[in-house]
Design a protein around this ligand. Structure first.
Ligand code: HEM
Length: 511
């Protein structure tokens, strides 16, 4: 019987085998019936899906620090219920998928205009304030249009390589800033490296967006930069909470929603200020009869005749996307390298060999550094910045493993669980970059996909990788990095993104 043709009534029967055998023992005993049932059983419904009761999941989330431990709940959920389970995240029912082959199955059915999540407090905020969607939040044709404009400048390797000079200018300032910070400490410790890399991330993405610098890495960091970074952090901290709270609770406990909106307000205003300033400079030059040609993303967006509202929406989202992601990746990479001096030494040798005495790595240099890339891959496997992604297939039911998932169901892709699964990564909690270099040890292609997959995957991936490689290579050319205290362990926590639970403090010893 072709499974996809099963009628809803038949589907309801599935999983009720024990009941059938009791009520109709003669039919049950008939030769061939059970094997027929096994075929039918391969199509189960949401009703058959295991999962915690709403109450126990709610208790996990709100009473056992579950929101901060959502990544661990993926691992616990898989151990308890298997690779597919359902749970109610506040008012939202979501199906968790925690097996690479099943994640692949979902992503291969995502359709022409993939939807990450149609139930999102980020979208609610934009509707509420009348702002336009950016690439992160737009859907359908609107998303497709923005994606093709930005894709021309963010996805093509040659285009991305052309940002090397701009990004290297930011790396110069990062090294100066690290020098400055370490000089204030007796043992040359830089406290809270993630804090330093937030500023680096913001300066980096701003330079790509505006082709101008905003001073995040100066000894005196502008107040507005600090407030912008705080707003991102608060917004991320409030995202899951505002989604998990049913809407009527926003009126009873207004604080989370208000704080969430205020953070977004600041971010939108910050982006608008910088765009308007840049546009004003450009029109002034044009009015002086100068030729103006830009090599920055905001310019490209303006060239495509996107409305100003849409440019504000997109730039805000790109600024946001370029801060925590870069900071987390750099922080965890250096944290692990500081705890694995032999790996750091091997990487240093690779970098100095390729650089042959040169001091500023370019895109062509980092392209010849396989261990550098493996270190970043391994850091992203252990600490995927986005520990759980999502998809909604809106127009049809899809099959995932044994289950038929009704259209419009929110499907959570448990990337943290798969990238920590010992059946795909032996000794999964240990930092072993060389696992990515052994040809014979190929991994399931969907077991660790930190940049997502397919048409809706990370559009900033190439820029992010280039930025991280340039920064990491230069840091290691200048410094040997050690833990502040031997044996100091920092664990990750979920704040929508996966971030360090406490400060990562590292000693930067000049080479
Ligand atoms: C190591 C750094 C980064 C990681 C790990 C990362 C990861 C991701 C992931 C997992 C997604 C969702 C993909 C999906 O749903 O399949 C995403 C989307 C996105 N990322 Fe990144 N990202 C990083 C850096 C950046 C940077 C630097 C930018 C901006 C320049 C950026 C801009 C975006 C945008 C705009 C989207 C939405 C794409 C769309 O919906 O079409 N990301 N990123």
């Amino acid at each position: 019987m072709p499974g996809t043709m099963l009628m809803p009534q038949t589907l309801k029967l599935v999983g009720r085998a024990s009941l059938l055998s009791k009520c109709f023992p003669e039919i049950w005993a008939e030769p061939g019936f059970k094997s027929q049932m096994r075929v039918i059983k391969t199509h189960k419904t949401l009703e058959d899906m295991p999962g915690p009761s709403t109450l126990s999941f709610f208790t996990d989330l709100f009473c056992r620090r579950g929101l901060a431990r959502l990544h661990e709940l993926q691992v616990e959920g898989k151990a308890k219920y298997g690779p597919v389970w359902k749970a109610s995240f506040g008012p939202i029912l979501t199906v968790h998928v925690a097996e690479p082959s099943l994640i692949e199955q979902v992503l291969r059915q995502e359709g022409k205009h993939p939807i990450r999540s149609d139930i999102s407090s980020w979208k609610d905020y934009r509707v509420c304030r009348g702002h336009a969607y950016g690439l992160l939040t737009a859907e359908g044709e609107e998303w497709q249009k923005i994606r093709s404009i930005l894709g021309k400048h963010m996805l093509k390797p040659k285009e991305v390589e052309s940002y090397t000079g701009t990004l290297n200018g930011v790396v110069d300032d990062l090294i100066r800033r690290l020098e400055h910070q370490r000089s204030h400490h007796r043992d040359h410790v830089v406290k809270d490296v993630a804090g330093e890399f937030y500023k680096f991330g913001l300066e980096g993405i701003s330079s790509v967006l505006f082709e101008s610098r905003i001073g995040c890495l100066e000894p005196e960091v502008p107040k507005e930069t600090e407030t912008f970074i705080d707003s991102i952090n608060t917004m991320f901290a409030m995202t899951l909470l505002t989604m998990a709270m049913p809407k009527f609770l926003h009126r009873v406990f207004p604080k989370p929603w208000q704080t969430f909106c205020q953070s977004w307000d600041y971010m939108f205003a910050f982006a608008k200020r910088h765009i308007d300033k840049r546009m004003a400079e450009v029109s002034e030059r044009i009015s002086r009869g100068e030729m103006v040609e830009g090599k920055y993303l905001t310019y490209y967006l303006a060239q495509e005749k996107l409305s100003m509202k849409s440019i504000y929406g997109n730039v805000t989202e790109l600024l946001l996307a370029g801060v925590d992601t870069i900071s987390s990746t750099l922080s965890w990479s250096l944290y692990e390298l500081s705890r694995h001096p032999e790996m750091q030494a091997a990487l240093h040798t690779e970098i100095t060999t390729v650089m042959k005495g040169g001091s500023i790595p370019e895109a062509a240099d980092v392209a010849q550094m396989p261990l550098l890339k493996a270190v970043v891959k391994e850091a992203l496997r252990l600490y995927p910045v986005i520990p759980g992604n999502a998809r909604v297939v809106a127009d049809r039911d899809i099959q995932v493993g044994d289950y038929v998932i009704p259209k419009k169901t929110l499907i959570t892709l448990c990337h943290y669980a798969t990238s920590h699964d010992p059946s795909f990564f032996p000794d999964p909690d240990s930092f072993q970059p060389t696992r990515w270099l052994r040809k014979e040890q190929a991994h399931h292609p969907y077991a660790s996909i930190p940049f997502g997959f397919g048409k809706r995957s990370c559009i900033g991936r190439r820029i992010a990788e280039l930025e991280v490689y340039l920064a990491l290579a230069r840091i290691l050319l200048h410094f040997e990095v050690k833990p502040e205290k031997e044996g100091d362990v920092v664990r990750p926590m979920t704040r929508t993104l996966l971030v360090p639970e406490k400060d990562i403090n590292l000693q930067f010893v000049r080479r």
